[in-house]
Design a protein around this ligand. Sequence first.
Ligand code: NAD
Length: 323
Amino acid sequence: MTWLITGGAGYIGAHVARAMAEAGERVLALDDLSAGVPARLPSEVPLVRGSSLDGELLKRVFAEHRVTGVVHLAARKQVAESVAQPTRYYRENVGGLVTLLDAVAGAGIGRFVFSSSAAVYGDPGVDLITEDTPCAPVNPYGETKLAGEWLVRAAGQAHGISTVCLRYFNVAGAAAPELADTGVFNIVPMVFDRLTRDEAPRIFGDDYPTPDGTCVRDYIHVADLAEAHLAAARRLAAGGGTGDLTVNIGRGEGVSVRGLVTVIGEVTGDRRPPLVEERRPGDAPRAVASAARAAAELGWTARRGVREMVESAWGGWLLHRGS
Ligand SMILES: NC(=O)c1ccc[n+]([C@@H]2O[C@H](COP(=O)([O-])OP(=O)(O)OC[C@H]3O[C@@H](n4cnc5c(N)ncnc54)[C@H](O)[C@@H]3O)[C@@H](O)[C@H]2O)c1
């Protein structure tokens, strides 16, 4: 097998590229570098600079490198931006996927892994979210991921492509400081950013119907997430994955925002009390995965805990932001 990883120079893509290469898989990365960093990739992983929206380029890359499987991570991923620019998100995340799947089908590639998100569920109001929990995304980003899954499954059925959709929960941490997420869009870097500015962390709402009143999420270490991609790729390569599979990628354990801020205080040594502000619209009180299907179907279970996520993310933050 030769795997093409789209978005391979991104935060998660580079972890996937590294995990797969270290496990002996042949991989190459495609990235337009709109948010990617080439230095994140190990030297044995070639990088093609270009867009997954460019059908001619995809055709050439598939032929030149004899690609037999695709792991598709390239996408826009900011919820607030998707609310402001929905047409851009549909064009790039859904329209781009149409181009990619056409090229995949045209090249006779039979294996496809798609980066989906817990954002497809919206606010389902259940204790543990299973893959059969109804999907009702609450923003255009989540909509593009759900539409992407439909497209992946339909193209898979029509063209004989075996597919896996991985619904990631809240991704954090880094396998090495240089691989860390450099954006400030998720809660862990947002708290680091506040502390670095000598400001107290902010918590949005502490009157939710949860044990400590703050929102509860399922955090997953990016190194565990990368191993889930390897497991999915291997399942497809072994031929065990004919048809389609959709799986949650989480730990199956909830951590409250306040609990996470406490761990961040312990790791950084900055334990100033958080400021509690108004709830943000669209925040679900609780979003925790059932991780049972991933264990059963992929033989994969997360191994790393929240403290390890925060410690590794902090190492990356200090490297990139200094302090
Ligand atoms: N980070 C999270 O918490 C999270 C959670 C759920 C799902 N996801 C999904 O995981 C995937 C990767 O996310 P990430 O956090 O690594 O983001 P990222 O922005 O670090 O990585 C995306 C990469 O794709 C590249 N890219 C974007 N559009 C491209 C295009 N048209 N052609 C080629 N390259 C392109 C960017 O340059 C970047 O390197 C995305 O699909 C995202 O929606 C992320």
